[in-house]
Every structure is written in C-alpha cells, then in structure tokens.
Design a protein around this ligand. Structure first.
Ligand code: PMP
Length: 394
C-alpha cells in the first residue's frame, strides 16, 4: 500500500460516476463577459450558479477602486496580517465592517474558509463543547475537529433536537458554542435564528452565525439573517465571506466581545497565511459601500429569486423549503442530474452540479444561485429551459 492508493479509489469513484470527457467539477470559465455571462466549453452561457448575489463583480466603482489600489499599492502584500500584510486598507476595511455591523470588533481574514477555521478553533478548545447544525459547511466541520472541543451535531434546523442537546449539557452550556448558518448554501433554506437565539439565552451558551450566503441578501441594511429576525444583540460572533455578495475574496468575523481582538495574536489561520491583496480589499470596501447605498440591488435580487423559485415550483420541480437566492432542484438519480446538467450547458445555462457529501442527506442537486444582475428575460430563459428538459429530470 502506498500513500497514493487512496487516490486510486477517488479515480475509480470518478470513473464510475462520470462518462469520459465530462467533468462538471473541473469546469473552466474560458472567458467572462459580465456578472451573468461567460464562455464555457466554447459556447456563450448564462451564469446561474455563481453566488454573485448582488452582481458586484463587474460594478464599475468596485473595479475602479481595485484598479487605483493596484497602481498605487502593487499586486500583493506578500505577508501575513501579523507581519507585513496589514496595509491601511485592511485596517480601514475592519473599521468599515465594524461600523456596518454596529460592532466594536472586526477582523479580516484571507478567505471565509480560514475565517471559520481560525475563529472557531481559537474560541473553542479542549474542555469546551461545540453544538453545530448537521448541515454546516465543510470549513465549520474542519474547524470543530481542529479545535479539540467536544463536537455535538443537532439535526438540521431542528429546534427540539438542539434544545435536547443543550439541556443534556447542564452547566457545561456556558462553555458551549452553538454554530449555525443564516442561509444554508446548498438548499438555500433559512435557520430559525430567532428561536435558536432564544435557546442560546435560555441555556447560557454562545452563538456564532455564518452569514456567508445571507450577508447583502437579508435584513433592511443587508447585514444578514441576524438583522432580518432582530437578534443581532444575541449573536456573539458573525463570520462571513467577501466571495459572495461582496464579489471578491476574503473573510471576516465581527463581534461586540472585545476579546475578539486577541484572536489576532493566536489564531493560526490569521497569523500564518498571507493577507488579501490590497486591490481585493479596495474592491470589497467599494462593494460594502454599494450594499449600503444601493438597496435596490437587494430588491432586484429578491424579485429575481421570487420569479425563479415560484416559476420552478409551478413547473413541478422539487425545491428547497424556503424562497431564497439559492434555488436547488432535487433530481432523483446522479445519472439524471449529470445528464440534465450537461444538457443545460449545451443549451447555454451554467448551474452547479452538487452530489454528496457537498449536498445534504444523500441528495443530488442542480443548484442555481440568482443575482441582482440577472434580467427578468434571463430568468425567463432559465425557466423555459428547465421546462424543456423536465422529462430528463424526473
Ligand atoms: N461558509 C459557508 C456557509 C460557505 O458556503 C462558504 C463558501 N462556499 C464559506 C464559508 C467559505 O467562504 P470562502 O469562499 O470565502 O472561503
């Protein structure tokens, strides 16, 4: 047995699943034309699976801010936040985030993945407990394993199960971090956050919410699920990403606990990785401004999400339980999902193909994510195409 043998198992699984020459997990965007159009496999396609919720990747002000920074500050920081990788922009973005969330503390990380990894594994340690939703993102699972804390899963969005687990902990609840997401990435369903926050208070635990898919999407000011359901004061830590509504790359954590600032000295994924490029930071600052000054983006996003979700529902597709910008269609078998995915691409639409373990509960999904940048005509085109290929998917 060599260390490479486990990769043979991956190759066998891949070959059993995918016909030769088809690899939906290695799609190349050959050219990108806008937030909603690109070239894939030599044809112009409509992008309907990008997490670009507000369409800000091509926002002229974001691009301009990045260009100015690139000219002035160069291509990269070549260092970690703790060494030479904190430029004025990183510090200013942290101030912007703190002010946006009305929080005292904000920390910028290199990605949302390492924000979760670092924050969770620093906050919780041996002797502590993490109670997490079973459908949590891979970065949350990895963080929990890294932390050395006892890890207890509760059934997805199931308040009874969460309460049962908290009750069982007794006095240990005060050393317990509950972790949930605002909108779940694969099915687009929402956490019952008001009720979860009430349970957190009842049992004296701590609460961290990953708002990766809800920041910029929910709440009167776009702050996410905690704002939307009015429990921001009860959420101890919010983690998010720059790679979705903010149209860039990077991650962050905000909190009103002053101790968050101390994480900078001990959090390995902050200390031992290079910080985001200054131009990235500049575009994120401009995008954060856009979220605050252009509420019409959120209105357009929800109009499009409603059109797509209701339209697919009327066509008889099996969707996630909640209306949101993530619209996932359940397909009965992997073979049918794959065929439908390729057919959609051949007809000019890119969506995400999702199999377990990325998809929950053994499901095979065609996952769409809609954007404020889509036109109603583009949403109609998506609906018409799904209608045409429905027979392949049932
Ligand atoms: N949390 C959730 C819920 C996510 O969906 C993602 C990205 N898919 C991340 C964290 C990681 O974010 P990033 O892409 O910035 O690493």
């Amino acid at each position: 047995m060599s260390i490479l043998d486990k990769l043979c198992v991956v190759s066998e699984a891949r070959n059993a699943l995918l016909p030769p020459g088809v690899d939906p997990f290695n799609v190349v965007i050959e050219e990108i034309y806008s937030a909603t159009e690109a070239s894939i496999q030599g044809r112009r396609v409509l992008l309907a699976g990008t997490n670009n919720y507000l369409g800000l990747t091509f926002d002229p002000q974001c691009i301009k801010a990045a260009q100015v920074s690139l000219e002035k500050e160069g291509t990269g920081t070549t260092g970690s936040r703790m060494a030479n990788g904190t430029f004025a922009g990183h510090r200013d973005l942290e101030k912007d985030l703190a002010s946006f969330y009305c929080c005292s503390e904000a920390i910028v990380f290199s990605t949302g993945f390492v924000a979760n990894l670092g924050v969770i594994s620093t906050l919780a340690g041996p002797g502590d407990v993490i109670v997490l939703d079973a459908d949590s993102h891979a970065s949350i699972y990895d963080a929990c394993r890294m932390s050395g804390a006892e890890m207890i899963r509760f059934r997805h969005n199931n308040l009874e199960d969460l309460e049962k687990k908290l009750k069982r902990l007794g006095p240990k609840a005060e050393k317990t971090l509950i972790i949930v997401e605002g909108i779940y990435s694969m099915l687009g369903d929402c956490a019952p956050l008001a009720e979860i926050a009430a349970l957190k208070k009842k049992y004296g635990a701590w609460l961290l919410v990953d708002e990766a898919h809800s920041m910029g999407v929910l709440g009167d000011h776009g702050r996410g699920m905690a704002e939307a359901v009015g429990v921001e004061d009860d959420v101890d830590f919010i983690v998010g990403t720059f790679s979705k509504s903010l149209g860039s790359i990077g991650g962050y954590c905000v909190s009103n606990h002053p101790e968050l600032a101390l994480i900078r000295y001990v959090c390995r994924s902050y200390v031992f990785t290079a910080s985001p490029s200054p131009s990235t930071i500049a575009s994120v600052r401009a995008a954060l401004q856009a979220i605050q000054t252009k509420p019409q983006l959120r209105t357009r996003l929800w109009d499009n999400a409603t059109l797509l979700y209701q339209g697919l529902k009327e066509l008889g597709f099996e969707l996630g339980p909640d209306l949101s910008p993530v619209v996932a269609i359940r397909v009965p078998t992997r073979e049918k999902t794959l065929l439908a995915w390729q057919t959609l691409l051949d007809r000019g639409i890119y969506v995400n193909l999702v199999f377990p373990p990325a998809a929950p509960a053994g499901m095979s999904l065609l996952r769409c994510s809609i954007s404020a940048a889509h036109t109603p005509e583009q949403v109609d085109f998506i609906l018409e195409t799904f209608s045409d290929i429905k027979n392949l998917m049932t």
